[in-house]
Design a protein around this ligand. Structure first.
Ligand code: NAD
Length: 335
């Protein structure tokens, strides 16, 4: 039976990447029935919002979506579609693996990190206001329930994927209450996995330094929302940049798979952007759907094409377009 999946192409480079990804996944052997749903700036004129209710309904119905990036207008106006989507559907876990790819020149060869970012609270709750004309206040929300839930997700991921260690990242030395609660929650959950999965914690600034010096010492990282956002981009940089960094937003009632990067407006419509991050997000989706072998095959095809280096996009040092790169992966899958 075909899997019905909501496909949100997004804007900027999104539609080109979505098309490339759809072609690769259709060539994987798993059958998909794509329900295309438009979201983003272009929807505002027709629906009065960049995230129409029928898009949310489609994801609620199918419980699974593949999404391209969507531009967030800076300053006043609409909230980020991406943040709204994660909060509305309670997609509380943001999973961002960062694994070295042979053929990409980076500082380290064997990086294999998994970033688990809390996706619903922290400063990202968006609770902020002006305090008089010259000061602004942003409120950081950390709850025991959300912190224990994300810690448990990280440990369960570690068990299911045979990882050895979870590191909790925080700034509890300064934010003793909020980050202190996050750390305490992680410790409490860690106790349930004692003897199976190692646990340690690091202060976020020290963590950043250590990650750029000795990333091989770390495995699964669990972080509150804001640190998770920043540290996961750092980890993407360790393995070749945003063009190759996949992601997943997972909740109890659904999951949305999307690349870490944004809509890169300057490359929109130029057949120039790298679809690897979105294709590898599709690989995470295949694993989530219960096709680990197919996922492995698609990931290997992507890695082989990059390692070969003949048909890769500009950001990877080649001159292939988005579509040609996808063609090379499809050909590899068929061979
Ligand atoms: P960006 O990720 O779009 O671009 C950062 C840099 O990386 C640029 O130099 C860009 O050209 C390059 N890049 C990104 N993806 C690439 C790819 N696939 N192939 C080749 N090069 C790639 O970040 P930005 O410029 O800060 O944001 C642009 C817009 O995207 C903003 O409106 C932002 O809010 C939005 N955004 C959306 C998401 C999302 O939809 N989940 C995530 C991040 C940013």
């Amino acid at each position: 039976m075909a899997h019905r999946v909501t496909l949100i192409p997004g804007d900027g480079i999104g539609p080109e990447l979505a098309e490339a990804t759809r072609r690769v996944l259709d060539a994987s052997g798993v059958e998909f029935d794509w329900e295309v749903a438009e979201a983003g700036e272009a929807c505002i004129a027709e629906y009065g919002t960049p995230l129409p209710e029928h898009v949310l309904d489609s994801i609620r119905r199918n419980r699974i979506a593949l999404k391209g990036p969507i531009t967030t207008p800076v300053g006043e106006g609409f909230r980020s579609v991406n943040v709204t989507l994660r909060q509305t559907l309670n997609l509380y876990a943001n999973l961002r693996p960062a694994r070295s790819i042979q053929g990409l020149e980076t500082r380290f060869e064997d990086v294999d990190l998994v970033i688990v970012r809390e996706n619903t609270e922290d400063l990202y709750a968006g609770i902020e206001h002006m305090v008089g004309p010259d000061a602004a206040e942003s409120i950081k929300i950390i709850t025991r329930a959300a912190s224990e839930r994300i810690a448990r997700f990280a440990f369960e991921y570690a068990v299911a994927n045979r990882r050895r260690k979870v590191t909790a990242v925080h700034k509890a030395n300064i934010m003793k209450l909020s980050d202190g609660l996050f750390l305490e929650s992680c410790r409490r959950v860690a106790a349930d996995y004692e003897g199976r999965i190692e646990f340690e914690d690091r202060i976020v600034d020290n963590m950043c330094m250590q990650l750029v010096q000795k990333p091989d010492q770390y495995d699964v990282l669990v972080l509150p929302n804001l640190y998770g956002d920043i540290v996961s981009d750092l980890c993407a940089g360790l393995v070749g940049g945003l063009g190759v960094a996949p992601g997943a937003n997972i909740g109890a009632d659904g999951a949305v798979f999307e690349p870490v990067h944004g809509s890169a407006p300057k490359y929109a419509g130029q057949n120039r952007a790298n679809p690897t991050a979105m294709i590898l997000s599709g690989v995470l989706m295949l694993r989530h759907l219960g096709y680990p072998d197919v996922a492995e095959r698609v990931e290997t095809a992507v890695r082989d094409v990059i390692a070969e280096g003949r048909t890769v996009t500009h950001d990877l040092g080649g001159d292939a377009g988005t579509a040609a790169f996808a063609d090379a992966i499809v050909a590899r899958l068929g061979s």
